[in-house]
Design a binder for this molecule. Sequence first.
Ligand SMILES: [Zn+2]
Length: 335
Amino acid sequence: MPEVRKEAAHRRAHGYGQTGSAASGRAAMRAAVPDPIGPAGWAGVPHVLRIDTGRAGPHLVVNALTHGNEVCGLAALRAVLRRRKALLRGVVTLVAANPAAHRRHDPAMPQSGRFIDEDLNRLWARARLRGPEHNAELDRARALAPIYRSADILLDIHSMATGGPPLLMFHPTRAADRLLARLPRDHHRIRFAAPIHTGRLLVEQPGLLGRQDKAAFVVECGRHGTRATDAYAVRITLALLRAAGMLRARASGPVRGVWQDVTALRMVRARSDAFRFGRPLAGFERVAEGEIYAHDGMRPLRAPFGPCILLLPRLAPKRGGEAVILALPTRRKPV
Ligand SMILES: [Zn+2]
């Protein structure tokens, strides 16, 4: 089948591409990618499913729908469910993190249904989790936190507005390095030298960040809502289960592509509503020290070090918002 028709068939099969009238709004909600684990829940927390092999081993959490519009994680949950009998050891917990936001996702509008009150991937600072405030995402985060905290390995699955090759992001730990050494190289790797986002990420929550015996990964699988993105979400999830000895290992050859290892040092935030890059960026562009890579209003922004690698550029950052991450090539021998 030609690529375009395959994509169209895929989108129909998963309920993408319902267009935007009010009537089809309901249809889109019904047709939106179903959450394969359902609302029943585990330990009183809905949309969580625990698969216990009964044999000693790690606790691995596969986390989908941190952003309600990023549906590729649901393909990964389905893939694990299909293999539940093949799991060799340990416990796998499947989580649909923000199904309430996902129910508001209209597949015709890729950014719709991302969250209800605030970004579920920026609120994991201890002070916020323990604070007095309530909203849809904070309350869900408080319910899910004990599950994430009990994970030895966490995979938080995302997709991107801008597309591009898959990225695996993490804070380096001994446990993460052990797993990375056993994962096929079919993605770029971004190490965080320290938390740099506005608000803590899900993988940076108390009980995970700084624990050398734990490995917490964010994967960006590709552009929102495409077949290739779903396929990568499945591939990295199964590869991680294999790397952890929880699924039978499979030989995997090298994957074509030039895969980079970089260390993220700094988040650049926009100070104006007129933040513009010098040229359209896809991510991983290199600029020399002192080179102008963007203008924030009238202010030119120069690379503070070199080679400076520009990561995850936002399409149109607003004042105060995250604009781009500055990174260096990882110095240590990449794994
Ligand atoms: Zn996301």
